[in-house]
Design a protein around this ligand. Structure first.
Ligand SMILES: [Mg+2]
Length: 268
């Protein structure tokens, strides 16, 4: 009888080891797992590589066409690029968040920025050198905060990006709306092209996202977008995500997760 009890105990213990108690994930951890999936696509899919190369190649074609048809009396031609997930690859920061079960936070983000070790995204350096060789002025307009100006400039210089000088780097001082900074550049330049991973890297009017999450604006402004803006893919974060949260990023992780579920389209 005693040995029978021992055998049963061993069997129960063994079953418990094979099926450890399932941990319930928090909403924050689930959001982080979703970020991990997007980061994996961004870092490891050949499709991402091809998308960036294709987008920047279109950028070169547009610049060439626009430069060939430029009248001599116009202002100095220029191009405006966003930095994060446009020129700089911050996916290692996103990967770190996923591995820790965390999500974006300004403290961890600034810590990453200060490391100044982001690599360039596919096609970016080639595009920038091409623009530089055509005689265009290059302006890097980013919503990184002004507090990380020095490490950001250092990062651009390390990558040997053309015109990586302080006069060509416009970071965020008070507001994330880039209109004022773009207007400053526009005052002395003819902007031939904009490049970014958010539509607002082209124009703030794309921040007005209603029930269609901004898709109606694409239809309305399709022609100018295709002619003036190079759109890069970013499945990790962006204004598309804020739109899903009703443009309120301060919602709790649980609320964010619920809104994500509600936005999914299922066949009827
Ligand atoms: Mg960006």
């Amino acid at each position: 009888m005693r040995s029978f009890i021992v055998i049963i105990s061993i069997l129960i213990l063994s079953a418990c080891q094979q099926f450890p108690q399932r941990k319930t994930l928090s909403a924050e951890e689930i959001l982080s797992m979703q970020l991990g999936n997007a980061t994996l696509w961004f870092q490891q899919s050949a499709e991402m590589e091809a998308s960036y190369l294709q987008a920047y190649d279109k950028g070169k074609m547009l610049l060439k066409i626009k430069m060939d048809t430029l009248s001599k009396s116009e202002l100095k031609p220029a191009v405006i690029l966003d930095l994060d997930e446009t020129v700089l690859d911050n996916s290692p920061y996103e990967a770190r968040l996923f591995l820790k079960g965390k999500n974006y936070g300004s403290e961890s983000w600034e810590k990453w920025c200060k490391q100044a070790k982001a690599e360039a995204l596919p096609g970016a350096i080639d595009f920038l050198n091409f623009a530089d060789s055509l005689g265009l002025e290059i302006y890097y307009v980013s919503n990184r905060k002004i507090g990380v100006f020095e490490p950001t400039l250092k990062n651009l210089k390390t990558l040997k990006l053309p015109q990586a000088e302080k006069e060509h780097l416009l970071l965020r001082t008070t507001k994330s709306d880039k209109t004022e900074r773009r207007e400053m550049v526009k005052a002395g330049h003819n902007i031939l092209l904009y490049v970014g991973d958010n539509l607002t890297d082209y124009d703030q009017k794309f921040a007005e996202r209603d029930s269609t999450l901004g898709k109606d604006l694409i239809t309305k402004h399709q022609k100018e977008l295709l002619h003036n803006f190079i759109m890069l893919p970013n499945p990790m974060y962006g204004e598309w995500e804020s739109a899903i949260y009703g443009n309120d990023f301060s919602k709790t992780a649980k609320e964010k997760l619920e809104l994500r579920r509600k936005q999914l389209n299922i066949a009827k």
